[in-house]
Design a protein around this ligand. Structure first.
Ligand SMILES: [Fe+2]
Ligand SMILES: [Fe+2]
Length: 301
């Protein structure tokens, strides 16, 4: 209970200043990004032991799907090599996910159950032309800090399951570079198109977090877990449903507060605080990396 209160206060602290921020005076904040070489990537696909089949499924869907957003950011940054390190971070995310996927496929899970969602997301983000794609890529990057932080804090507080090391590492770097990405991509979008695409932009975070509620039943070991422990599985379902839908609501809020208005970039301080939260967890799990480059980018927030 105490943990839940702390998590709600932490998430609330992240969300509350948004309205004031949109209308406050602009300022420049230096954001430091780092390029990291991970050790033992394939092993990172496993989460520390936890019975929730829904969070395990989130880790698998995240492993399978998220490269689309990484590719979207890389594609629409295009020749904006002034943020070269950001481009390279996203490229490393793709490599990390593909290494994890290859290892998972060797274990026997082909994850074809995500193929339709992959196809739709791929169409929206990468195949419907520059103007549509850059809107969705900037939208997902705008929402990333708030939705991942909400998801991570509430999942930990309610014991709804454990993120895999790959999910945790990717989420960590998404928080680290969120505002830099939004600043690079959002000026390439237009307000009329953002208004037009708003309903679809809201559906994407819902699909990202809530898909496991449906597909987990077809994931490895799910049927035997549900048969052996029906009550525990029902409780896990309810917890995951609660956390994923609260995360979805936080994403709607941040899309309306920061993506739709032309002036707003998410507060860099929030992204830095969220990144430090996830980095501390990675260090506690002894996930090892080497920092190979550092760059600093000014963000006008
Ligand atoms: Fe990424
Ligand atoms: Fe990103």
């Amino acid at each position: 209970m105490f943990q839940s209160v702390v998590a709600v206060v932490a998430v609330g602290t992240l969300l509350a200043p948004s309205v004031a921020h949109v209308f406050s005076a602009r300022r420049t904040v230096q954001m430091r990004l780092k390029l990291r070489e991970l050790e033992a990537v394939a092993e990172m696909r496993h989460a520390p032991p936890h019975p929730s089949i829904f969070m395990a499924e989130f880790n698998r869907s995240f492993l399978f799907m998220t490269e689309i957003v990484d590719f979207g950011v890389m594609k629409y940054l295009g020749d904006a090599r002034v943020v070269k390190l950001l481009w390279e971070q996203e490229k490393k995310h793709v490599d990390m996910h593909r290494a994890g996927l290859a290892a998972s496929r060797k274990d026997g899970d082909q994850m074809r159950r995500f193929a339709l969602l992959y196809f739709i997301s791929d169409m929206l983000m990468l195949r419907l032309g520059y103007h549509v794609g850059v809107c969705f890529a900037s939208g997902m990057e705008t929402a990333s800090t708030t939705m991942f932080y909400t998801f991570g804090r509430l999942a930990a507080a309610t014991d709804a399951g454990t993120l895999s090391d790959i999910s945790l590492f990717h989420i960590f770097e998404e928080c680290e570079h969120g505002p830099v990405t939004v600043q690079a991509l959002k000026p390439r979008t237009s307000l009329p198109l953002r208004i037009l695409l708003l309903p679809l932009m809201v559906v994407l975070p819902w699909a990202m977090f809530c898909t496991p509620l449906f597909t987990a039943w077809f994931g490895p070991g799910a049927s035997s877990a549900a048969l052996k422990h029906p009550l525990r599985t029902a409780a896990e379902f309810l917890k995951y449903a609660l956390v994923s839908h609260l995360t979805f609501l936080s994403a709607v809020y941040v899309v309306l507060a920061y993506w739709l208005p032309s002036v707003a970039v998410p507060p860099p301080e929030h992204s830095e605080a969220a990144a430090r939260y996830f980095e501390a967890q990675l260090k506690a799990r002894r996930v090892l990396w080497t920092e190979v480059a550092t760059e600093q980018y000014p963000v006008c927030a």
